[in-house]
Unconditional design. Structure first.
Length: 519
């Protein structure tokens, strides 16, 4: 769209010239290790909290309950303190996102990743060496701060550095790493559960590996051209753009980023700007996607799979083992998404997964409803396998849909001017609802019993209807052209785009207008 007398974007439907260069691939792989750390934290707590040595040291009450026969199967692990161990990380993470929004804008995506790495390293040390509950929780809080900073910077970094036609696939590297982190954590738990009495320490300390990888990665990658240009480093931004695109012909893309950044500069109150009418579609979608992603019930499985399988009558070993299987399914199915997201598109993946998730949850509920009562679990070998297969069916569909797309779509739909603020709201809402699930799931399981899976399946129905009517396809649309090519064309959201003048709230809180900018 021409603006200010020069062409700032490629004509609709064509792409900026961009090769898939080694530097892009390497940068993305390094940045995505932020996901590894997040995944490890998600996956480690379930196994650790089912280890007797750990429970005996920090939660003796739960250990007593666990071995008492009179406790209901569904309520063995219902303990607020124990849930706080899992959930405190997410509470800290969501608070950190607001600071992370500032650092991603002012210091850049790369430095924000470095800050995350440092938080992670200190958190891991405190956790591995924990002598009491306070030290344990303090470590979890620092890890949470790391998650807040990493989840803010990494998806933005990936979306901005990737050439449009493989943006979806590269962005999903983040989620792929999340799933690898979860799997790695369950494998570690499987091994350390046999080491007494300090196996849990090893589980918590091995998080140091992804933490160090992210920190080193952040030291070596280049920052994104968008971030450099946004911070006024135009020449450096252009040079980086040439390097990552593998061509000298970057003028059109460069101009488009400069224009987007000029508008971004005028925004002195990014959060207030986010609330403007013209940003409503992206904001509503980003917030709802996060709530929906968590209400698929995925983390009930990811955090508590060993505990859940234990509840169903599996022995400790079998529970940890089953968590490894679901973890492996999670990784492999994410690869399906890497391959297909830029081919079949975002909507198709989400809709197919909706059907698959709904059916598997209903079947799990029915089997548990009939077979697992408060005091006897008659889950025979056959039924137990059936439950594990259905959990895997559920996890696989999540892994090629809501898992990666919950992060991808918000990171590619906000215009540069609200991108950091938008991403920070995204991460914050995600962690808020992750916290809610982490804190409430074991109590919900105790009260709702098998019906908890009916509860989640109802949510899956709601989110699929939302996708059907309100989520536009963003496959193959250059990131700075979303307004023109996506929002202005959508049957519902176009009503928020009726205003061609581009309003931003400037430093004095006054409204100014920029004409016809194509961001
Ligand atoms: C979610 C996490 C979840 C993970 C499972 C991510 O996209 O944000 O909460 O644990 O997927 O693979």
């Amino acid at each position: 769209m021409p603006a200010g007398g020069f062409s700032v974007s490629a004509p609709s439907g064509t792409e900026f010239e961009a090769k898939i260069t080694p530097i892009v691939i390497i940068s993305c792989i390094m940045a995505a290790t932020g996901g590894l750390m997040f995944g490890y934290d998600v996956g480690i707590s379930g196994g650790v909290t089912s280890m007797d040595d750990f429970l005996g040291k920090f939660f003796p009450e739960v250990l007593r309950k666990k071995h008492q026969d009179k406790e209901s199967n569904y309520c063995k692990y219902d303990n607020q303190g124990l849930q706080l161990f899992t959930s405190s990380l997410y509470l800290a993470g969501l608070t950190a996102t607001f600071f992370a929004s500032y650092t991603t804008r002012r210091l850049g995506r790369r430095l924000t990743m470095l800050i995350a790495g440092v938080f992670f390293i200190i958190g891991v040390i405190l956790n591995g060496a924990a002598q009491d509950l306070a030290m344990l929780i303090a470590g979890r809080i620092l890890l949470g701060c790391g998650v807040g900073f990493a989840n803010q910077a990494v998806p933005l970094f990936l979306s901005e550095i990737a050439p449009t036609r493989i943006r979806g696939g590269l962005n999903i590297l983040f989620q792929l790493n999340v799933t690898i982190g979860i799997l790695f954590a369950s494998l570690v738990n499987y091994g350390t559960a046999k080491i007494h009495p300090w196996g849990w320490r090893l589980s918590l300390s091995l998080a140091g590996i992804p933490a160090v990888l992210l920190t080193l990665g952040a030291l070596f990658v280049v920052d994104t051209p968008n971030s450099l240009i946004e911070r006024g480093h135009l020449d450096e931004g252009k040079a980086v753009l040439k390097r990552i695109r593998g061509t000298d012909n970057v003028e059109p893309e460069f101009n488009e980023i400069v224009e987007a950044s000029r508008i971004a500069q005028e925004v002195k109150h990014p959060f207030r700007n986010l609330l403007q009418r013209r940003n409503r579609p992206q904001l509503v979608i980003a917030v709802l996607l996060q709530i929906f992603q968590q209400f698929t019930g995925i983390n009930a499985i990811m955090f508590y799979a060993p505990v859940l399988f234990n509840t169903l009558g599996f022995k400790s070993d079998a529970s940890l083992y089953s968590a490894v299987i679901t973890g492996a399914v999670n990784v492999l199915s994410t690869l399906v998404s890497v391959y297909s997201v830029d081919r079949v598109g975002r909507r198709m993946l989400l809709l197919e997964a909706g059907v698959q998730m709904f059916l598997s949850q209903v079947i799990i509920a029915v089997v548990l409803g009939i077979k697992v009562t408060d005091h006897s679990d008659n889950l025979s070998h056959g039924w137990a396998i059936m439950v594990v297969v259905m959990v895997c069916t559920f996890v696989s569909s999540f892994a090629w849909s809501w898992g990666p797309l919950g992060w991808l779509i918000p990171s590619e739909t906000f215009p540069l001017e609200t991108r950091s603020a938008g991403q920070s709201v995204t991460v914050c809402v995600n962690l808020l609802f992750t916290f809610v699930i982490a804190q409430a799931f074991l109590s919900m399981l105790c009260h709702l019993k098998y019906a908890i899976f009916v509860f989640f399946s109802a949510w899956v129905l709601v989110m699929s209807v939302f996708v059907l009517f309100f989520l536009p396809e963003t496959k193959n649309v250059p990131i700075e052209e979303m307004t023109e090519r996506v929002w202005k064309q959508h049957w519902f959201w176009k009503r928020y785009m009726d205003d061609d003048n581009h309003h931003v709230v400037n430093g004095n809180g006054k409204i100014s207008a920029n004409n016809g900018a194509s961001v």
